[in-house]
Design a protein around this ligand. Structure first.
Ligand code: SF4
Length: 110
């Protein structure tokens, strides 16, 4: 699995993604049961509100080899402050439309 990871830009000051990397490394939470090798080919943000840049950034990571786009929990679950992105659903939907059905999308990390 080659992952392109997308996170919330608003959350950067509070979180450097430590738990995302930990659950990927330890195959926990969204990565439980994944037996294939996991490589992170890129990490980027949504580009800032309202998150439109996440779409082209996801496409660029696919172009660079990602077969899976992972939407970090700061976007869909609001970690670590309990404040999910108000545009999360739209972001995921637009990424799915842009990258197509061959690319797996995982909608949270932990
Ligand atoms: S659009 Fe959503 S994910 Fe992006 S910075 Fe704003 S709140 Fe965070």
């Amino acid at each position: 699995m080659k992952i392109g990871l997308i996170r919330c830009r608003q959350t950067e000051d509070a979180c450097p993604g430590t738990t995302d990397f930990k659950v990927i490394r330890e195959r926990k939470c969204a990565f439980e049961g994944i037996e294939e090798e996991i490589e992170i080919i890129g990490l980027t943000t949504c580009g800032g509100c309202p998150g439109k840049k996440a779409v082209t950034r996801a496409a660029e990571m696919v172009r660079r080899g990602a077969d899976t786009i992972v939407i970090a929990s700061c976007i869909t679950r609001g970690n670590p402050i309990g404040f999910p992105c108000p545009h999360a659903e739209k972001i995921v939907e637009a990424i799915r439309k842009k990258v197509g059905d061959d690319i797996r999308i995982i909608e949270y990390t932990h």
